[in-house]
Design a protein around this ligand. Structure first.
Ligand SMILES: [Zn+2]
Length: 329
């Protein structure tokens, strides 16, 4: 089996691969582990492998056969994803009824019906007892993959009929490389996140995203401040981090554009709620409407240059020079 997009867990991968290759995967799997470790990702890899039509099972899910392509797009008719609903965000009895009805039907394309049941939120006993019926005597050609925080949250009767696999965080260094590759953030930042979240990739990614949004916001404000009250040297100093952090550029430009737009509105005496009031007021007072609008366009233009893979040092230097010239007019 191949586990693209699921890091670490070498022993678990070996065990699953071996069972899959020998067609000995249990009909009910419980993937347990804390939030952010990729249990749902793994469940979906297993589901895709189960319907993959590639002959070499070691390569499944191959990613290129029609079944894999449909599965990846979420449109394979024999893979069902069951998630929680309602206030408690738990699997409903109605969903379980549907699974049971469906599981006794013949698969449409593959030779198996796969159910990925995302049950991280505790299921009431009545729901579990219903599920138990189908798990006790599973229809031939049905595969149930549950994701749970802990198998202990399930009734012992369900646990005893399933094979439990524990998902663990990868080594911190591996998690850092994974996140760095996925997001393009500087390695140093990825390593810090890995150590903070002990290799929990899901938490690293969401923390990283929040952190980067805040960073881009700060960058936009620093540029705006340097534009109205600094020299070109100040502007170069403010933008210097962008040279090393290429992915931060477009988001910073987007935030800057919002600030400039808000300043345009204030300049036109439009009564609006402006989130970054102080800096927008400064822009409004110090710059002409024409300059503000030109700067606004400039953010879009430079994002386009960035997209064309420009050299970051040259791009940032040119941006600073052009912005300062426009602001001075
Ligand atoms: Zn395939």
């Amino acid at each position: 089996m191949q586990f693209e997009g699921f890091a670490g867990n070498a022993a678990l991968k070996t065990a699953l691969s071996a069972a899959f290759s020998r067609r000995r995967l249990p009909h009910t799997l419980l993937l347990q582990g804390e939030t952010g470790l990729g249990k749902r990702t793994l469940a979906q890899i297993l589901a895709r492998a189960a319907v993959c039509t590639c002959e070499d099972r070691d390569l499944a899910p191959c990613g290129v056969c029609p079944a894999c392509i449909r599965a990846k797009a979420g449109s394979h008719p024999d893979i069902r994803i069951v998630t929680g609903s309602g206030k408690s965000n738990t699997i409903s009895v109605a969903s379980v009824d549907e699974v049971i009805r469906d599981a006794y039907k013949k698969p449409e394309e593959a030779d198996i019906n796969v159910y990925c049941i995302f049950a991280e939120n505790p299921m009431p006993e009545i729901t579990q007892n219903k599920l138990l019926k189908v798990i006790e005597e599973p229809p031939t050609g049905a595969l149930f993959i549950f994701t749970v925080l802990s198998a202990d949250a399930l009734l012992p009767t369900i646990r005893s009929r399933a094979q439990v696999f524990t998902v663990r965080p990868p080594e911190e260094s591996e998690a850092a490389v994974y996140v760095q590759n996925k997001t393009g953030m500087p390695m140093e930042e990825a390593e810090k996140l890995a150590s903070l979240h002990r290799g929990n990739i899901g938490r690293m990614l969401s923390d990283g995203e929040n952190g980067r949004a805040a960073k881009a916001e700060q960058m936009a404000e620093d540029i705006a401040n340097a534009l109205v009250s600094g020299t070109e040297h100040d502007l170069l100093a403010a933008t210097a981090p962008l040279i090393k952090d290429k992915p931060l550029f477009p988001e910073s430009m987007e935030r800057l554009q919002l600030l400039l737009r808000d300043a345009c509105l204030l300049k036109n005496n439009v009564n609006v709620q402006v989130p970054a009031r102080e800096v927008c007021d400064k822009l409004r007072r110090k710059l002409s409407l024409k300059a503000l609008m030109a700067l606004c366009e400039m953010t879009a233009k430079y994002t386009e240059y960035w997209r064309r893979n420009a050299n970051m040092a040259l791009l940032v230097t040119a941006l600073c020079a052009e912005m300062k010239e426009t602001a001075g007019k």
